[in-house]
Design a protein. Sequence first.
Length: 223
Amino acid sequence: MKRLTPAALLVTGALLLSACSSNSDTSGSSSAAAPTSAATSNAAASSETSGSGEGSAPDTAATAGASSAVAAASIDAQTTAWFDALCTGIAPIKSVESAGLGTQNPDPAAGQQALIGAITTLSSAFTSTSATLATTPPPTFDGGAQFAATVTTGLGATGADLAKSAQTFAAVDPSDAATLAAAKTTLQADLIKAVGPLQSISGLDPAIQAATTEIPSCKSLGV
């Protein structure tokens, strides 16, 4: 598995759902609907298994490699603190990957409960991170205040959306294989949408992105 850096946070959805080959069409279409960027295209390409997107965007390793090749900017303590709060707050995102959305669980009910728990945890993490960032001084680089506002507001909204997704998924009868599979497809699309607020990271100066990868809490965000 590849390490997840702040410069590649938008790829999170694809990485978390990389095992969901049976539901790839839904995730691909959701990713394609997002605003274009190298990371957005990468997320779509990673989540599709048909191969139709081959060559349309670099893979995750190439994206991370390109970022690491850029000389890191010197970021001050305030900017570092903001990104540290972001990375620390969304760390539970790894729990969704470990819950195995695309894994065929021999006990459907247990698998469903594991996913509900992971999505609920992620929802709470996004909501609490939004609240934390709202009181954290924004990054000091040009456009940092607007960038911070976009991420903060977005995480709050998607946190609430994920809570609803978990409730909807919880209402599905795990003994109905077809309905459960359809619900997982919907959940997959919801997760791709949930990382949307992070897409603005891909628009930052590459040197700023490179600098954030050196922040310990951000460096530890891996799957």
